[in-house]
Design a protein around this ligand. Sequence first.
Ligand code: KIV
Ligand code: NA
Length: 278
Amino acid sequence: KHALNIVKMKKMKQDGIPLAMITAYDYPSAQLAEEAEADMLLVGDSLGNVVLGYDSTIPVTLDDMVYHTRSVARGAQNTFIVADMPFMTYHGSIDETLRNVRRLMQEGHAQAVKMEGGAEIAMAVQAIVQAGVPVLGHIGLTPQSVNQIGGYRVQGKDAKDARRLLEDAKALERAGAFGVVLELVTEEVATAITKELSIPTIGIGAGRGCDGQVLVYHDVLKYTPEYREKRFVKTYADIGTQIRKGISEYVKEVKGRAFPAQEHVFAAEEGVLDNLYG
Ligand code: KIV
Ligand code: NA
């Protein structure tokens, strides 16, 4: 059914074929991304920021993730879908973690889950993989820990940080992760990690050496009211401006009675009003 699977992804890394991933949050975004032939879709907890209007990913709940993943799965039935495990849903007991994974797979219809963290979550990763669920790791800037990190800043600038990132990536590979997202990592360090791993790395703000790239849908399309320029993002379309123009034209035409016009209305049979009032 799915064009891509985790075995093929590993082969793509070996063959040097880049993986193109993008986030999606609902039926239309998933459908359009599938039509555009994205290799993989990520139902990111970034939906907290770009869809739900929170200022971080921390308020996003498992119910939110299930609801959005389910909509994405309906829109992209032939694309590999990864769903984010939201804040604090994989830090309790293994039992609780597996119950949460079950919901994303069985109710959300994801094909894999993604989790933030390195060596410290290796046990949870291993348990999920043993249950038959592919896990995508996520290290570097991990937004669910923003309050601990103290801001959204680039990781892997010094030697100590580089060593820690490489160790975390290797721990995730050993735990059975099928790939690792590297977020806001210096290009040198992301490239070195990519060479050390046999599983693909997928970068966001992590330079040109990664096996694949992922970007947020709303960033690629400039589709958000409070759009901010980010160095690592390339904007490929300006959908926000298009939408604003379209809606304001509609509002103007309604107020000016230019819409609806003759071609939008339905006519009844002749004489329909003759006996209307008895
Ligand atoms: O939630 C998200 O969109 C992500 C990507 C930025 C990797 O985790
Ligand atoms: Na995320």
